[in-house]
Design a binder for this molecule. Structure first.
Ligand SMILES: Cc1cc2nc3c(=O)[nH]c(=O)nc-3n(C[C@H](O)[C@H](O)[C@H](O)COP(=O)(O)OP(=O)(O)OC[C@H]3O[C@@H](n4cnc5c(N)ncnc54)[C@H](O)[C@@H]3O)c2cc1C
Length: 435
């Protein structure tokens, strides 16, 4: 039983929770953090790309001791059909900079390190302790939590919900709805271990350089989703994810998709001879701006994946989590400094701050994209990749056919698959959702 009262309780020691706990503790607030895993990161799954800018705002000298894998010098986007891929590669020597912008990480190691920073700043972090319930007073104000391990309730002025995508606590307490299956993706991921030199030879890397591949197209069988391949020092993280309601409709299994992705002729040689040591599955909130729930209330704020703050278009999540955790903590600190209560009206400051940040601005920009990609998934994830692949093959194959004839055949294939109205409609819808 913990008799002490805290300024803040943080639920979860992932990206958002650690950012919040660190920021609060650094400002001198008394912070209690609960993590259900054996240690921070033990339950967490990510690709994983770390965005340096957002971490620098929390730990400016993180490069000195954070467990980083490779800094990214190259980004590849693949549009795949069953036997081919069309690629857009961007590689620049500029990314071999003193303070690289993006790194690959392994979350189990990274979260442990991040949590140590929060604890060193003064946060009290208790692992292997699942929060089972939010405690509310007679007026519905959140005043603390109950856990599986500690007897009784633990009280605080404010509770930061950083429980990740499962959002059980918020929904159980009636603070929000359960996310709809069409707003959440299910991703599966494997770690393929290979010697360092093999990874560097296969991906054209030297030293600590890294590359990432994001792959969309026929690998998801017309479902809205993507595959990814990220290079670590001595392993390759490989995974694929699709919207949950698409899995329900199609009867496809995540593991079946992953197996097909690994067998694809563009992917198989990259992981040939590897030893698979880890397999994990995890949900990703991908509903975007329109799926973001109420972010604050009397005595509570919600941050990171628990708040659906995830930019699926740019495959960014951990940076939104760290930023929302930090901003929530800064808002709490400001309210505390004014000696005011953690009421809904005061905690609205967090919403103002997050609306003003890249987090909400980016999600708002793509507000119509999740629904478009979902409703048009057959076209964008199957028909077009197949058409573009055929067009590219015709373009590069030299077989005595006149170029003008090839172009006419290609155009006919697009029109017969989608019709003129369909083609213009798709282009218009995409342009509107992108602007
Ligand atoms: C396969 C995959 C690949 C991804 N790749 C990338 C990528 O490359 N780059 C990127 O930026 N993002 C990526 N993401 C998204 C990113 O992982 C998330 O956006 C990010 O982890 C969100 O952080 P969070 O702290 O909100 O949630 P989480 O990291 O999920 O942390 C939540 C924490 O709360 C704990 N918890 C949950 N419930 C309770 C409870 N009741 N009591 C106590 N503790 C609890 C959990 O154990 C966990 O530690 C990926 C996600 C997946 C699934």
């Amino acid at each position: 039983m913990i008799e002490e009262r805290f300024d803040a309780i943080v639920i979860g020691a992932g990206m958002a929770g650690n950012a919040a706990a660190l920021t609060l503790a650094e400002r001198g607030l008394k912070v209690l953090q609960f993590e259900r895993g054996e240690y921070p990161g033990s339950k967490n799954v990510q690709g994983a790309i770390l965005y340096a800018d957002m971490l620098e705002k929390l730990v400016p000298d993180f490069r000195e001791d954070a467990p980083l894998e490779r800094h990214l010098v190259e980004q590849r986007f693949w549009m795949m059909d069953e036997r081919s891929h069309i690629g857009l590669h961007y590689r620049s020597e500029d990314f071999n900079e003193e303070r690289p912008n993006r790194y690959t990480i392994i979350r189990a190691q990274f979260d442990k390190w991040f949590s140590r920073k929060a604890q060193a700043a003064g946060a009290l972090t208790i692992c292997e302790t699942t929060v089972t319930e939010l405690v509310q007073d007679a007026y519905g104000k959140v005043i603390g939590v109950c856990t599986v391990r500690l007897v009784g309730q633990v009280h605080a002025d404010v509770v930061v919900l950083a429980e990740g995508v499962t959002v059980l606590l918020g929904t159980r307490a009636g603070l929000r709805q359960i996310p709809k299956p069409e707003t959440v993706a299910l991703a599966v991921k494997e770690m393929h271990f290979l010697p360092r030199e093999t990874i560097e030879a296969r991906f054209n890397l030297k030293g600590d350089e890294g590359t990432v591949i994001e792959a969309a197209g026929a690998v998801t069988h017309g479902m809205a989703g993507m595959g990814f391949i990220y290079t670590n020092q001595e392993s390759v993280s490989l995974g694929i994810g699709c919207i949950v309601s698409d899995f329900q409709k199609s009867g496809e299994t995540p593991y079946g998709l992953l197996e097909r992705f690994k067998r694809h002729p563009s992917v198989a040689p990259l992981i040939e001879g590897s030893e698979v040591k880890e397999y994990a599955a995890h949900l990703i909130p991908e509903g975007g701006y329109k799926a973001v729930p109420q972010l604050f209330g009397d005595g509570w704020v919600v941050v990171g994946d628990a708040a659906q703050l995830n930019n699926a278009i740019h495959r960014e999540g951990s940076n939104l989590a760290m930023t929302s955790g930090r901003l929530a903590a800064e808002a709490i600190f400001q309210i505390k400094s004014r000696r005011e209560p953690m009421t809904r009206a005061n905690l609205a400051l967090y919403k103002t701050m997050i609306d003003d940040s890249f987090v909400m601005k980016d999600l708002k920009k793509y507000k119509d994209m999740p629904a478009l990609l979902h409703t048009q998934s057959q076209n964008f994830f199957l028909t077009y990749p197949q058409l573009v692949s055929k067009a590219m093959q015709s373009f590069v194959r030299v077989d005595g056919t006149a170029k003008a004839d090839k172009e006419r055949t290609t155009l006919r294939s697009f029109v017969s698959a989608r019709s003129w109205t369909g083609l213009f409609g798709d282009a218009l819808r995409l342009a509107r959702a992108w602007r």
